[in-house]
Design a protein around this ligand. Sequence first.
Ligand SMILES: Cc1cc2nc3c(=O)[nH]c(=O)nc-3n(C[C@H](O)[C@H](O)[C@H](O)COP(=O)(O)OP(=O)(O)OC[C@H]3O[C@@H](n4cnc5c(N)ncnc54)[C@H](O)[C@@H]3O)c2cc1C
Length: 313
Amino acid sequence: MLSEVDIKDVVIIGAGPAGIATAIQLKHYNIEPILLEQAEIGGLLRNANFLENYPGFPDGIGGLELVQLFKKHLKNFSIKVNFERVLELEYCDNLFLTKTNCRVIKSSVVVIATGTKPKKISVLPISDNIKDRIFYEIYPILGIKNKKIAIIGAGDVAFDYGLNLSQNNEVIILNRRKEAKCIPVLMERCMKSKNISYFHNVSVSEINNADSKTMLTLIHSDSQTVNKKWKSQNFLEDNQIYTDYVVIAIGREPCIDFLGSNLKKHLDNLLNTDKLYLVGDIKNEIYRQTAICVGDGIKAAMKIYRNIERERT
Ligand SMILES: Cc1cc2nc3c(=O)[nH]c(=O)nc-3n(C[C@H](O)[C@H](O)[C@H](O)COP(=O)(O)OP(=O)(O)OC[C@H]3O[C@@H](n4cnc5c(N)ncnc54)[C@H](O)[C@@H]3O)c2cc1C
């Protein structure tokens, strides 16, 4: 049953780094935002292995560790996170209507900090009975040990996932092209890891169930292996590998499918008149970094504060 609440000044959708930074800065100005999160606090950062580029942590910090600090910051500022999924955001009579799975919230300002969602492999047949062994983010399997995991992808995220999971598992990274698109330092570390194999020019044509394992059928345009440590089989002869899990990391796209039709019509105007804000990965194209998201969130909150103050005087 949906119920309406009072009009609020600001609704923030998403409690990843961008949404959290927005909320903290608003609270700093004594503005109480409604912060909505569909899953868990921290967003994509929960998947990050180790951040070495976030200022203030000269020795680096683990993604989950940084999330713990963000949670502490929210707690110290008494910012409540409302665990609700936004189903639709609409604009009507100069107000936003944020429809979640449990209520409709009216507000004069909305900050969208919903980040990105993984691109799915639509052309690759994956049988239904193994869908619980296929992951697009690694947070749910971070605790597993002594498993074999295939990672499909060749960007920073695929290699970062590889490093993270290889601490306790055997990992194979499959790149369908020759070139990898990750930063050199990640590649170097993966090459040094005794638990990571990396193959290029190898694409996956099918993923099936094989007893309790997941079988990947492979097509390889040449047999060049870059770094082969996969212990149990010479798969290039078989064209098949058997794994416990498959992680698909072939890119991400903005997570914004909840916009209502009227809002879409007025989108540019709302963004230009400082009523609606996009912050963080959702708008940062390839420049998806935590510090940028935090900066976006703080800047949006500062603008919101200035506008509220201007309207009051
Ligand atoms: C493997 C990996 C390694 C990384 N390493 C680094 C690094 O070393 N350094 C660095 O700076 N950055 C790194 N990043 C990037 C960093 O994690 C992201 O830039 C950052 O998390 C983006 O923050 P965000 O708040 O914009 O979005 P997200 O973190 O994606 O958060 C968005 C939040 O919105 C929520 N949401 C989405 N839709 C809805 C809805 N309809 N209703 C309610 N809530 C919703 C989501 O559940 C999520 O919690 C890494 C990322 C990955 C995946």
